[in-house]
Design a protein around this ligand. Sequence first.
Ligand SMILES: Nc1nc2c(c(=O)[nH]1)N[C@@H](CN(C=O)c1ccc(C(=O)N[C@@H](CCC(=O)O)C(=O)O)cc1)CN2
Length: 303
Amino acid sequence: MNSTSSPLTSDHQAILINGKAHAATLRHRIREDVLAFHDRHGVTPGLAVILVGNDPASEVYVRNKAIQTHHAGMRSFMHMLPETTSETELLDLIERLNNDAAIHGILVQLPLPAGIDARRVTNAIQPEKDVDGLGEVNAGRLAMNLPGIVPCTPLGCLLLLRDQLGDMKGQHAVVIGCSNLVGKPLAMLLLAEGCTVSIAHIHTRDTAALARQADILVVATGCRELVRGDWIKPGATIIDVGITRAQTPDGKTRLVGDVAFDEAVQVAGRITPVPGGVGPMTIACLLENTLTAARMQVGETPS
Ligand SMILES: Nc1nc2c(c(=O)[nH]1)N[C@@H](CN(C=O)c1ccc(C(=O)N[C@@H](CCC(=O)O)C(=O)O)cc1)CN2
Protein backbone atom coordinates (compact mmCIF):
# COMPACT_ATOMS: atom_id res chain seq x y z
CA MET A 1 0.00 0.00 0.00
CA ASN A 2 1.51 3.30 -1.04
CA SER A 3 0.32 5.84 1.50
CA THR A 4 1.84 8.76 -0.41
CA SER A 5 -0.39 8.17 -3.43
CA SER A 6 -2.08 11.01 -5.32
CA PRO A 7 -5.38 12.56 -4.12
CA LEU A 8 -8.28 10.14 -3.94
CA THR A 9 -11.45 10.12 -6.00
CA SER A 10 -14.67 11.48 -4.44
CA ASP A 11 -16.15 7.99 -4.10
CA HIS A 12 -13.07 6.59 -2.35
CA GLN A 13 -13.73 4.26 0.59
CA ALA A 14 -10.94 3.01 2.86
CA ILE A 15 -10.47 -0.71 3.45
CA LEU A 16 -11.96 -1.65 6.84
CA ILE A 17 -9.57 -3.45 9.17
CA ASN A 18 -11.66 -6.19 10.72
CA GLY A 19 -10.35 -6.54 14.28
CA LYS A 20 -13.23 -8.79 15.28
CA ALA A 21 -12.34 -11.40 12.65
CA HIS A 22 -8.62 -11.07 13.34
CA ALA A 23 -9.21 -11.56 17.09
CA ALA A 24 -11.33 -14.68 16.42
CA THR A 25 -8.50 -16.20 14.35
CA LEU A 26 -6.00 -15.34 17.08
CA ARG A 27 -8.19 -16.89 19.82
CA HIS A 28 -8.53 -20.07 17.75
CA ARG A 29 -4.74 -20.37 17.42
CA ILE A 30 -4.26 -19.66 21.14
CA ARG A 31 -6.70 -22.43 22.06
CA GLU A 32 -4.64 -24.90 20.01
CA ASP A 33 -1.41 -23.62 21.62
CA VAL A 34 -2.94 -24.00 25.11
CA LEU A 35 -3.78 -27.65 24.38
CA ALA A 36 -0.26 -28.28 23.07
CA PHE A 37 1.20 -26.53 26.14
CA HIS A 38 -0.90 -28.77 28.40
CA ASP A 39 0.32 -31.86 26.52
CA ARG A 40 3.95 -30.79 27.02
CA HIS A 41 3.76 -29.76 30.67
CA GLY A 42 0.50 -31.05 32.20
CA VAL A 43 -0.23 -27.43 33.17
CA THR A 44 -3.36 -25.37 32.40
CA PRO A 45 -2.60 -21.62 32.29
CA GLY A 46 -4.60 -19.66 34.90
CA LEU A 47 -5.60 -15.99 34.73
CA ALA A 48 -6.75 -13.97 37.77
CA VAL A 49 -8.70 -10.79 37.01
CA ILE A 50 -9.40 -8.28 39.78
CA LEU A 51 -12.16 -5.69 39.53
CA VAL A 52 -12.61 -3.09 42.25
CA GLY A 53 -15.96 -1.29 42.28
CA ASN A 54 -18.97 -1.28 39.95
CA ASP A 55 -17.99 0.59 36.82
CA PRO A 56 -20.50 -0.84 34.28
CA ALA A 57 -18.09 -0.86 31.30
CA SER A 58 -15.37 -2.54 33.39
CA GLU A 59 -17.87 -5.18 34.54
CA VAL A 60 -18.59 -6.03 30.90
CA TYR A 61 -14.88 -6.19 30.03
CA VAL A 62 -13.94 -8.49 32.94
CA ARG A 63 -16.91 -10.77 32.26
CA ASN A 64 -15.79 -11.07 28.63
CA LYS A 65 -12.25 -11.75 29.79
CA ALA A 66 -13.49 -14.66 31.94
CA ILE A 67 -15.64 -16.12 29.14
CA GLN A 68 -12.87 -15.91 26.57
CA THR A 69 -10.31 -17.35 29.01
CA HIS A 70 -12.53 -20.44 29.44
CA HIS A 71 -13.05 -20.73 25.69
CA ALA A 72 -9.30 -20.70 25.18
CA GLY A 73 -8.98 -23.71 27.49
CA MET A 74 -7.45 -21.75 30.37
CA ARG A 75 -8.60 -21.36 33.98
CA SER A 76 -10.21 -18.08 35.01
CA PHE A 77 -10.23 -16.71 38.57
CA MET A 78 -12.39 -13.65 39.11
CA HIS A 79 -12.05 -11.36 42.13
CA MET A 80 -14.88 -8.83 42.26
CA LEU A 81 -14.11 -6.46 45.15
CA PRO A 82 -16.33 -3.71 46.56
CA GLU A 83 -15.69 0.00 45.85
CA THR A 84 -14.68 0.36 49.53
CA THR A 85 -11.68 -1.98 49.16
CA SER A 86 -8.53 -0.38 50.56
CA GLU A 87 -5.20 -0.31 48.75
CA THR A 88 -3.73 -2.56 51.46
CA GLU A 89 -6.45 -5.18 50.94
CA LEU A 90 -5.82 -5.09 47.20
CA LEU A 91 -2.06 -5.43 47.67
CA ASP A 92 -2.62 -8.39 50.05
CA LEU A 93 -4.72 -10.15 47.41
CA ILE A 94 -2.06 -9.56 44.75
CA GLU A 95 0.57 -10.98 47.10
CA ARG A 96 -1.51 -14.17 47.55
CA LEU A 97 -1.98 -14.50 43.79
CA ASN A 98 1.76 -13.90 43.21
CA ASN A 99 2.42 -16.95 45.42
CA ASP A 100 -0.30 -19.17 43.92
CA ALA A 101 1.19 -21.69 41.46
CA ALA A 102 -2.17 -22.16 39.69
CA ILE A 103 -2.14 -18.49 38.63
CA HIS A 104 0.14 -17.57 35.72
CA GLY A 105 -1.32 -14.14 34.97
CA ILE A 106 -2.75 -11.36 37.15
CA LEU A 107 -4.64 -8.33 35.86
CA VAL A 108 -6.16 -5.44 37.77
CA GLN A 109 -8.92 -3.82 35.70
CA LEU A 110 -8.48 -0.07 35.16
CA PRO A 111 -9.57 2.50 36.09
CA LEU A 112 -9.29 1.93 39.83
CA PRO A 113 -11.44 3.91 42.30
CA ALA A 114 -10.02 7.21 43.55
CA GLY A 115 -7.70 6.73 46.52
CA ILE A 116 -5.99 3.62 45.15
CA ASP A 117 -2.58 4.23 43.63
CA ALA A 118 -2.68 2.38 40.28
CA ARG A 119 1.09 2.57 39.89
CA ARG A 120 1.76 0.94 43.27
CA VAL A 121 -0.85 -1.75 42.56
CA THR A 122 0.44 -2.58 39.07
CA ASN A 123 3.99 -2.76 40.32
CA ALA A 124 3.00 -5.19 43.08
CA ILE A 125 2.26 -7.84 40.43
CA GLN A 126 5.23 -10.13 39.93
CA PRO A 127 6.68 -9.15 36.49
CA GLU A 128 6.38 -12.76 35.19
CA LYS A 129 2.63 -12.68 35.99
CA ASP A 130 2.04 -9.10 34.80
CA VAL A 131 -0.08 -10.06 31.75
CA ASP A 132 -1.11 -6.42 31.22
CA GLY A 133 2.58 -5.52 30.82
CA LEU A 134 1.97 -2.29 32.72
CA GLY A 135 4.48 -2.73 35.56
CA GLU A 136 7.78 -0.86 35.49
CA VAL A 137 9.83 -4.00 34.78
CA ASN A 138 7.90 -4.93 31.63
CA ALA A 139 7.63 -1.28 30.53
CA GLY A 140 11.42 -0.98 30.93
CA ARG A 141 11.99 -4.20 28.96
CA LEU A 142 9.83 -2.86 26.14
CA ALA A 143 11.73 0.44 26.10
CA MET A 144 15.04 -1.48 25.98
CA ASN A 145 13.80 -3.85 23.23
CA LEU A 146 14.15 -6.85 25.56
CA PRO A 147 11.73 -9.81 25.74
CA GLY A 148 8.89 -9.20 28.16
CA ILE A 149 5.12 -8.87 28.32
CA VAL A 150 3.67 -6.15 26.07
CA PRO A 151 0.42 -4.28 27.02
CA CYS A 152 -2.62 -5.87 25.36
CA THR A 153 -4.11 -2.97 23.35
CA PRO A 154 -0.78 -1.82 21.84
CA LEU A 155 0.04 -5.44 20.99
CA GLY A 156 -3.37 -5.75 19.31
CA CYS A 157 -2.72 -2.59 17.25
CA LEU A 158 0.69 -3.88 16.21
CA LEU A 159 -0.71 -7.25 15.09
CA LEU A 160 -3.36 -5.49 12.98
CA LEU A 161 -0.75 -3.19 11.43
CA ARG A 162 1.63 -6.06 10.65
CA ASP A 163 -1.23 -7.99 9.07
CA GLN A 164 -2.24 -5.02 6.91
CA LEU A 165 1.11 -3.48 6.04
CA GLY A 166 3.80 -6.10 6.58
CA ASP A 167 7.15 -4.33 6.75
CA MET A 168 6.71 -0.86 8.29
CA LYS A 169 10.34 0.28 8.13
CA GLY A 170 10.69 3.97 7.32
CA GLN A 171 6.98 4.74 7.64
CA HIS A 172 6.08 7.82 9.63
CA ALA A 173 3.84 6.71 12.50
CA VAL A 174 2.09 9.43 14.48
CA VAL A 175 0.61 8.36 17.81
CA ILE A 176 -1.88 10.82 19.30
CA GLY A 177 -2.08 10.22 23.06
CA CYS A 178 0.74 9.27 25.40
CA SER A 179 -0.83 7.12 28.11
CA ASN A 180 1.09 4.32 29.81
CA LEU A 181 -1.74 1.97 28.74
CA VAL A 182 -1.62 2.63 24.97
CA GLY A 183 0.29 5.59 23.49
CA LYS A 184 3.74 5.15 25.05
CA PRO A 185 4.03 1.37 24.67
CA LEU A 186 2.69 1.51 21.12
CA ALA A 187 5.24 4.17 20.20
CA MET A 188 7.98 1.81 21.49
CA LEU A 189 6.61 -1.08 19.44
CA LEU A 190 6.43 1.02 16.26
CA LEU A 191 9.97 2.25 16.85
CA ALA A 192 11.09 -1.38 17.11
CA GLU A 193 9.36 -2.03 13.76
CA GLY A 194 11.59 0.62 12.18
CA CYS A 195 9.00 3.40 11.94
CA THR A 196 9.84 7.05 12.43
CA VAL A 197 7.61 7.79 15.40
CA SER A 198 6.06 11.08 16.51
CA ILE A 199 3.94 11.32 19.66
CA ALA A 200 1.36 14.09 20.00
CA HIS A 201 -0.10 15.03 23.36
CA ILE A 202 -2.02 17.76 25.13
CA HIS A 203 0.82 20.30 24.73
CA THR A 204 1.53 19.56 21.05
CA ARG A 205 1.19 22.87 19.16
CA ASP A 206 -0.42 21.70 15.90
CA THR A 207 -1.58 18.10 16.19
CA ALA A 208 -3.57 18.30 12.95
CA ALA A 209 -0.47 19.35 10.97
CA LEU A 210 1.54 16.50 12.50
CA ALA A 211 -1.25 13.98 11.84
CA ARG A 212 -1.32 15.04 8.16
CA GLN A 213 2.28 13.78 7.83
CA ALA A 214 1.42 10.29 9.09
CA ASP A 215 1.58 7.16 6.97
CA ILE A 216 0.27 5.37 10.06
CA LEU A 217 -1.96 7.34 12.44
CA VAL A 218 -2.89 5.87 15.81
CA VAL A 219 -5.37 7.78 17.95
CA ALA A 220 -5.78 6.95 21.65
CA THR A 221 -7.01 10.05 23.43
CA GLY A 222 -10.52 9.34 24.70
CA CYS A 223 -11.72 12.55 22.91
CA ARG A 224 -14.52 11.42 20.65
CA GLU A 225 -14.13 12.23 16.95
CA LEU A 226 -11.08 14.42 17.60
CA VAL A 227 -9.45 13.50 14.29
CA ARG A 228 -11.29 14.93 11.29
CA GLY A 229 -11.04 13.91 7.64
CA ASP A 230 -8.75 16.85 6.81
CA TRP A 231 -6.22 15.66 9.44
CA ILE A 232 -5.52 12.58 7.35
CA LYS A 233 -2.99 12.07 4.57
CA PRO A 234 -4.69 10.38 1.59
CA GLY A 235 -4.07 6.64 1.74
CA ALA A 236 -2.86 6.58 5.36
CA THR A 237 -3.59 3.69 7.71
CA ILE A 238 -5.71 4.75 10.71
CA ILE A 239 -5.91 2.84 13.98
CA ASP A 240 -8.66 4.22 16.21
CA VAL A 241 -8.25 3.07 19.83
CA GLY A 242 -10.91 5.33 21.36
CA ILE A 243 -14.27 4.00 22.54
CA THR A 244 -16.86 6.46 23.87
CA ARG A 245 -20.53 5.71 24.43
CA ALA A 246 -22.50 8.61 22.86
CA GLN A 247 -26.21 9.47 23.03
CA THR A 248 -28.10 9.43 19.74
CA PRO A 249 -31.06 11.80 19.05
CA ASP A 250 -33.52 8.87 19.50
CA GLY A 251 -32.33 8.40 23.11
CA LYS A 252 -30.23 5.31 22.38
CA THR A 253 -26.45 5.06 22.68
CA ARG A 254 -23.76 4.12 20.17
CA LEU A 255 -20.02 3.61 20.41
CA VAL A 256 -17.82 6.21 18.73
CA GLY A 257 -14.08 6.38 18.34
CA ASP A 258 -11.49 9.17 18.48
CA VAL A 259 -11.72 9.52 14.69
CA ALA A 260 -14.67 11.03 12.77
CA PHE A 261 -15.19 7.78 10.88
CA ASP A 262 -17.52 9.02 8.11
CA GLU A 263 -14.99 11.68 7.12
CA ALA A 264 -11.88 9.54 7.61
CA VAL A 265 -13.15 6.63 5.55
CA GLN A 266 -13.20 8.90 2.46
CA VAL A 267 -9.52 9.79 2.80
CA ALA A 268 -7.68 6.95 4.55
CA GLY A 269 -6.33 3.86 2.81
CA ARG A 270 -7.26 1.55 5.69
CA ILE A 271 -9.09 2.18 8.94
CA THR A 272 -10.26 0.30 12.04
CA PRO A 273 -13.97 0.75 12.83
CA VAL A 274 -15.38 1.33 16.32
CA PRO A 275 -16.71 -1.08 17.47
CA GLY A 276 -15.09 -4.12 15.88
CA GLY A 277 -11.58 -2.76 15.38
CA VAL A 278 -8.96 -2.59 18.11
CA GLY A 279 -11.28 -3.48 21.04
CA PRO A 280 -11.66 -7.22 20.35
CA MET A 281 -7.88 -7.52 19.89
CA THR A 282 -7.30 -6.34 23.48
CA ILE A 283 -8.81 -9.45 25.08
CA ALA A 284 -7.32 -11.82 22.48
CA CYS A 285 -3.88 -10.37 23.28
CA LEU A 286 -4.54 -10.82 27.00
CA LEU A 287 -5.04 -14.53 26.33
CA GLU A 288 -1.82 -14.58 24.30
CA ASN A 289 0.04 -12.85 27.14
CA THR A 290 -1.34 -15.32 29.69
CA LEU A 291 -0.03 -18.22 27.63
CA THR A 292 3.32 -16.43 27.21
CA ALA A 293 3.49 -15.90 30.99
CA ALA A 294 2.74 -19.60 31.64
CA ARG A 295 5.44 -20.59 29.13
CA MET A 296 8.00 -18.42 30.86
CA GLN A 297 7.00 -19.81 34.25
CA VAL A 298 7.65 -23.40 33.17
CA GLY A 299 11.00 -22.37 31.70
CA GLU A 300 10.12 -22.18 27.98
CA THR A 301 11.85 -19.35 26.10
CA PRO A 302 9.42 -16.69 24.86
CA SER A 303 9.14 -16.57 21.03
N1 LIG B 1 -6.06 -3.51 33.22
C1 LIG B 1 -6.58 -3.02 32.07
N2 LIG B 1 -7.59 -2.17 32.12
C2 LIG B 1 -8.09 -1.68 30.96
C3 LIG B 1 -7.59 -2.12 29.71
C4 LIG B 1 -6.51 -3.02 29.70
O1 LIG B 1 -5.96 -3.42 28.63
N3 LIG B 1 -6.03 -3.46 30.91
N4 LIG B 1 -8.20 -1.69 28.52
C5 LIG B 1 -9.46 -1.00 28.56
C6 LIG B 1 -10.70 -1.85 28.60
N5 LIG B 1 -10.64 -3.15 27.91
C7 LIG B 1 -10.02 -4.16 28.53
O2 LIG B 1 -9.78 -4.20 29.68
C8 LIG B 1 -11.38 -3.39 26.71
C9 LIG B 1 -11.95 -2.36 26.00
C10 LIG B 1 -12.73 -2.64 24.86
C11 LIG B 1 -12.95 -3.93 24.43
C12 LIG B 1 -13.83 -4.27 23.28
O3 LIG B 1 -13.88 -5.41 22.87
N6 LIG B 1 -14.57 -3.30 22.77
C13 LIG B 1 -15.57 -3.56 21.73
C14 LIG B 1 -16.86 -2.86 22.12
C15 LIG B 1 -17.40 -3.41 23.40
C16 LIG B 1 -18.68 -2.71 23.86
O4 LIG B 1 -19.71 -2.98 23.29
O5 LIG B 1 -18.58 -1.90 24.81
C17 LIG B 1 -15.11 -3.03 20.39
O6 LIG B 1 -14.35 -2.04 20.36
O7 LIG B 1 -15.52 -3.59 19.39
C18 LIG B 1 -12.36 -4.95 25.15
C19 LIG B 1 -11.59 -4.69 26.27
C20 LIG B 1 -9.52 -0.10 29.79
N7 LIG B 1 -9.12 -0.79 30.97
